[in-house]
Ligand binder design. Structure first.
Ligand code: NAD
Ligand code: USQ
Length: 382
């Protein structure tokens, strides 16, 4: 298939581009390299050194003989985006290219506005480019489990049947996002559903949980192919962050009580889910929603898992219940369905001690690159 990876220089996008190329698909990347600029803005960097996008692509070509085209530009620039889409004629457009940090979106008004404009306008431009130049193409859009929030009922995969005053309808599952970033994904989902309904586009909205682990079979093949490893208080996410904290001798930063429960997925399953969705496209006019995670954990459970594995490796850790910078439920019901990708053939990598060990080993090897004062999560929701 011809696969256009929007955001193909990022944490999920780069390993996806390599995986799809390895599977024999024709891959092209669009990215404006904004993520690298946000590291500079925040005074942080990937824990594992990463090569430039150009060096990455050259390394892949040298190793495999396979070419990945790169187009550097912004999704908000419709002339640029529509030209790439028109020329490449993708069978599937995999859309990762958004500002994806909840804390970044909560820094202040300017960062909230930037996040929503970047994400919502970028996605609207993708929809218009599809309508204009590739109406039969399939949009594989990365949404987030955080669109649903933490309701006190089971979470379905996108839709729920509601009985109200004697009448019944299948409706979009209610949303309760936890940050202006998560809200931008809700706005995207609304626009995508509308575009599918009125223009007959096809899309799969992957409501992905928190991604953990860093490297895939492909990114491990050469240091120049290495994936980014975020550990800082703005872009670092639970589990990977706990491993970096353990390696640096920093207490594991559980926010508040630690009963916050989320869906989690290994990066090696992320890349496979994208291929499964692309190989089994939605119908014209259809918006499908798949919940893309494989296990649910509370942050306290994850901190304990990391702490136990670290102990076996001779690393002493403490778990600190820091004041929660966010406004979120710290103890709650959570039961989210996630069978649709399994039905398509996903064979999950469940969280093992070996994966935690690998993350700890990688963080230890790059321990000197961790800046202690970048670790605390300082962005407050209130
Ligand atoms: P990332 O920040 O590492 O990658 C996103 C990439 O998109 C970056 O390379 C960035 O430069 C690019 N980009 C952003 N805005 C752009 C624009 N306007 N034009 C062109 N390029 C742009 O993020 P990630 O962790 O790889 O996440 C990818 C997607 O998956 C995001 O949409 C995110 O919301 C979603 N997601 C991520 C996770 C996770 O845990 N990382 C979990 C669920 C969903
Ligand atoms: N948390 C801690 N300690 C930390 C970091 C986080 O307790 O050091 C807690 C947070 O308070 C939250 C939970 O862990 O309750 C998850 O936070 P996170 O930073 O790991 O992830 P989140 O902000 O939810 O965002 C990440 C990605 C985002 C994606 C989302 C999937 O950055 O792009 O959309 O995971 S989901 O959580 O399902 O919405």
């Amino acid at each position: 298939m011809r696969m256009l990876i929007l955001g193909g220089d990022g944490f999920c996008g780069w390993p996806t581009a390599l995986y799809l190329s390895q599977q024999g698909h024709e891959v092209a990347i669009v990215d404006n390299l904004a993520r690298r600029a946000w590291d500079i803005e925040l005074g942080t960097d990937s824990l594992v050194p990463i090569a430039s996008l150009n060096e990455r692509i050259v390394a892949w070509r040298e190793l495999t003989g396979k070419n990945i085209a790169a187009h550097i530009g912004d999704l908000q620039d419709y002339a640029f985006l529509s030209q790439v889409v028109r020329n490449f004629q993708p069978d599937a457009i995999v859309h990762y290219a958004e500002q994806r940090s909840a804390p970044y979106s909560m820094i202040d008004r300017a960062h909230a506005v930037f996040t929503q404009v970047n994400n919502v306008v970028g996605t609207l431009n993708v929809l218009y480019a599809m309508k204009e130049f590739v109406p039969d193409s399939h949009l594989v859009k990365l949404g987030t489990m955080g669109e649903y929030g933490t309701p006190n009922i089971d979470i379905e995969e996108g839709y729920i049947t509601v009985n109200h005053n004697g009448r019944t309808d299948r409706m979009i599952y209610p949303k309760m996002p936890g940050s202006f970033y998560h809200a931008s994904k809700v706005h995207d989902s609304t626009n995508i559903e509308f575009a599918c309904r009125i223009w007959g586009l096809r899309s799969t909205d992957l409501h992905q949980g928190v991604v953990y682990n860093v490297q895939t079979d492909e990114t491990k093949r050469d240091p120049r192919l290495a994936n980014r490893y975020d550990y800082d208080g703005v872009f670092g996410t639970a589990l990977n962050r706990f491993c970096a904290e353990a390696a640096k001798g920093h207490p594991l930063t559980v926010h508040g009580a630690g009963g916050q429960t989320r869906g989690f997925i290994d990066i090696r399953d992320t890349v496979r889910c994208i291929e499964l969705a692309a190989l089994n496209p939605a119908e014209r006019g259809e918006l499908r929603v798949y919940n893309q995670f494989t296990e649910q954990w509370s942050v306290q459970q994850l901190a304990e898992r990391v702490s136990n594995v670290a102990a076996k490796m001779g690393i002493e850790t403490t778990i600190a219940h820091v004041d929660n910078p966010r406004v979120e439920k710290e103890q709650h019901y959570y039961n989210a369905k996630h069978t649709k990708l399994l039905d398509l053939g996903l064979q999950p990598h469940l969280l093992t001690d070996e994966t935690i060990q690998d993350l700890l080993a990688s963080a230890l090897a790059n321990r000197d690159r961790i800046t202690l004062d970048r670790i605390p999560a300082q962005v407050k929701w209130r």
